[in-house]
Ligand binder design. Structure first.
Ligand SMILES: [Mg+2]
Length: 380
């Protein structure tokens, strides 16, 4: 894998080990306040599924995935009931082999769906073991020049009005952000344009502003909206229409000036291949929690590199910060509104529009048991 070339000999030198045991935990973590977008309604909590793998080499790896409030129990079950018995005893040092076998064994029932989330948690745990075995943090395993990467605040803010949006932007700028993304998809285009204008007013002319419709628009509406806000210097328009309508993305790109982005709803590497081919995207936004973990994310990063596209991220910023710091073609890290990092021992550090990856050996996400355990619903 291209982005591992610098350390490929060290990785290959790691000794094979059998996957000895796996524990799975399911949490429902409340949000401080309800969050709203155009396609998923109101979020009041998020689900977190944590997978702890111990190798016969004695090293423990922790992986996880998350959802916006449904499907978490099914993901937990796929890991505990279907994947765990299949991967116990396999060589955990050969992550690619474990990844491919999980994809193949449950392909018929799980292709691209809940299975992708389940595989992600296991894959991240195996990467945690790999990085710990190398005594390095993930960003150094990937040979990053530094631990810093550009970031932005990804708001889930469709329920907020103009004044509230402006307050939200000011709050995040005071916390070190210089770029933000707002939701669109209200009743009419004029309301969406007003939201963009309100944010641009307080953000200033030089800071990046993105919009995200969560695939709630039609192609025609997307073109009309895009042309209505082009004067506000929008860095990208995210998921204007259904992620299945690849050709509609290309038609929107052809008819407008704002670059397009998507990825959070593409859960197979093959879907990214086709999106690159047919959708005329400028930014890819894979999410380690649903694209098959770090292995899946890096496969998409390679596709982006070959196509000359920027790689961004969706969600789980506490993990993606280490990946985007390392990738030479990274765009911006989404600092997501689900604060998973607040339940770790190293909440994300942000300064002057940059986020900084943690220095812990491993993938850098170490859950704070005291904070997380009150939200445990199930374990096996
Ligand atoms: Mg989005």
């Amino acid at each position: 894998m291209k982005f591992l070339d610098a350390r490929s000999s060290e990785i290959e030198a790691l000794e094979a080990f059998g996957i000895k045991s796996m524990a799975v935990e399911y949490y429902q973590v409340p949000l401080a306040e309800p969050l709203v977008d155009a396609s998923h309604g109101t979020h009041t909590f998020f689900e977190l599924i944590v997978c702890r793998i111990t190798g016969e080499n004695g090293v423990e790896g922790v992986g996880y995935t998350y959802t916006g409030g449904s499907g978490g129990h099914a993901i937990y079950s796929v890991i505990a009931d279907d994947l765990k018995p299949r991967i116990l005893g396999k060589n955990g040092a050969d992550i690619e082999d474990v990844w491919q076998s999980m994809q193949k064994d449950l392909h018929y029932v799980g292709r691209g769906g809940i299975l992708s989330f389940a595989i992600s948690a296991i894959d991240i745990a195996l990467w945690d073991i790999r990085c710990k075995s190398l005594n390095l943090p993930l960003w150094q395993v990937l040979n990053a020049p530094s631990n810093a990467t550009a970031c932005y605040a990804g708001f889930i803010d469709l329920h907020l009005g103009g004044d509230e949006l402006q307050q939200l932007v000011k709050k995040h700028m005071a916390m070190g952000q210089t770029a933000v993304k707002t939701k669109v998809g209200r009743e009419n285009i004029a309301e969406d344009v007003e939201r963009v204008a309100a944010i641009r007013e307080v953000l200033g002319d030089d800071n990046a502003l993105m919009v995200d419709a969560n695939w709630s628009y039609t192609k025609e509406r997307a073109i009309e909206f895009s042309n209505s806000v082009s004067k506000y210097n929008i860095s990208w328009f995210e998921e204007p229409v259904s992620p299945d309508e690849f050709e509609d993305y290309a038609a929107i790109a052809e008819a407008t000036d704002i670059p397009l982005a998507m990825g959070e709803n593409l859960h197979l590497v093959e879907e990214f291949e086709r999106a690159i081919k047919y959708s005329d995207l400028a930014y890819l936004q894979p999410d380690c929690s649903n694209i098959g973990g770090i292995t899946g994310f890096l496969k998409v990063a390679e596709l982006a590199d070959k196509a000359g596209l920027k790689i961004c991220s969706h969600g789980m910023h506490e993990l993606h910060v280490s990946l985007l710091a390392a990738l030479p073609h990274s765009g911006m890290l989404e600092v997501h509104s689900f604060p998973i990092d607040q339940y770790t021992i190293s909440p994300l550090k942000i300064r002057d529009g940059q986020a900084f990856a943690p220095d812990h050996n491993g993938v850098g996400v170490i859950f704070d048991e005291a904070k997380l355990s009150p939200h445990l619903k199930m374990q096996s």
